[in-house]
Design a protein around this ligand. Sequence first.
Ligand code: SF4
Length: 501
Amino acid sequence: MTPPPPNATAESTLDITLTKTQTKVKAAKKGGSCGCSTSGQPQEMDDKLRSRIENHPCYSEEAHHHYARMHVAVAPACNIQCNYCNRKYDCANESRPGVVSELLTPEEAAHKALVVAGKIPQMSVLGIAGPGDPLANPEKTFRTFELVAEQAPDIKLCLSTNGLMLPDYVDRIKALNIDHVTITINMVDPAVGEKIYPWVHYRRRRYRGIDGVKILHERQMEGLQALQAADVLCKVNSVLVPGINDEHLPEVNAAIRERGAFLHNIMPLISAPEHGTYFGLNGQPGPTPKELKAVQDSCSGNMKLMRHCRQCRADAVGLLGEDRSQEFTKEKFMEMSADYDLQTRQAVHVGIQQFKNKVKAAKELASAGAQTVETRPDSPKVLVAVASKGGGLVNQHFGHAKEFMIYEVDAAEAKFIGHRKIADYCQGGYGEEAALDGILQTIEDCQAILAMKIGPCPQKAIKAAGIEVVEDYGVIEAIARKYYDQAFSTQSATDAATVIA
Ligand code: SF4
């Protein structure tokens, strides 16, 4: 028996029904095209690439709704100092601040991976991202990957590095079939880098100031090119530090694209005095969501940008945005049996794929349906905030949301542009007003909130703040489109509705 898709019972029973218009659109599309696919290498290359990223929650924005990842903290040492990092805490280039609960040995990490792979079969990726630099701890890192690859061949392996030692290990990375590598590159101009990195420790020597930064830069570029030559997919993370590298990041974007990076992830600096970082203690602010979006937009014409990064802990477990690491503390997982089962996992992944196909069909029809709705010539681009607990659906109660997904919607498309964290609104009757004020501030530039349900009290306050309330359930893009078409069309747009659960 095929198990249902995991992680949301509503998803497993989702029924996507089409309205008359959409059925017509579907028929027109079928008959209107010759039905031939463009054969030849580019198409084959696209398919190959798609299959490499389609279940990786970080490399594919669509996959992050359905697949989980886990990090194992086996790499304590680091070989550079970043002004945004304090290793008593998770490294800010891959984690949100918070002490890594426990360091693991490779054997413990492999056992944990098998336990989690059994309990959360949609976990598709195992990454090593710290708390230091995985390649400053090469034996622990590669031993962990070896053990996992031997016992769980369907789990994708992934590592994240500052790049300093990368050129030395590309062959080993390739031999272990580690198909995804992230390098954190915050500058390509050492004069900018000098404001971010006080020292670099390379080949048993500490280099301070610009000398160290030059080495780091050269090694990062060399490592990136070597990954490209070895056909390993590379994502580049850049921490946006306002006033230091914000205007410089388009240059970084151009340099990494030229050297074959697949994806660019521009992340906000996380900076607070309590983290004990140089930037935190010296009052260096992180960017506002608007500033982050402006820099991301300035780079987005050139290459694919990641906008769904959650800056996870170095021991994170679960879907992006949910943290189940406390279910798998060392004390707990060492008592659990490693009930990894390849067949069960494969069956679950087939179920996820079928569900994804339904969502994709609904999105395509929503956007095709949108073309049949006439929007006013002055229809603007608007932002909407979405409450979702995964699956690519509007499926969460406003009061349960801990973050909103933000979509930019216009007459042509509904495009995901990022997440915004919010305070819990439901606080058992205490502090809800203050929480609501904070939530409304976080989404003050949004035109509407899309949620499965919103209680009468928050509804009143949301509307008073000039934000529209949309209660619905179904595929996000379809509901966003329906809202937009109703708000800005010159005709009734009800026919462009899509999803009914
Ligand atoms: S930090 Fe970003 S890129 Fe790394 S696992 Fe989390 S979401 Fe993915």
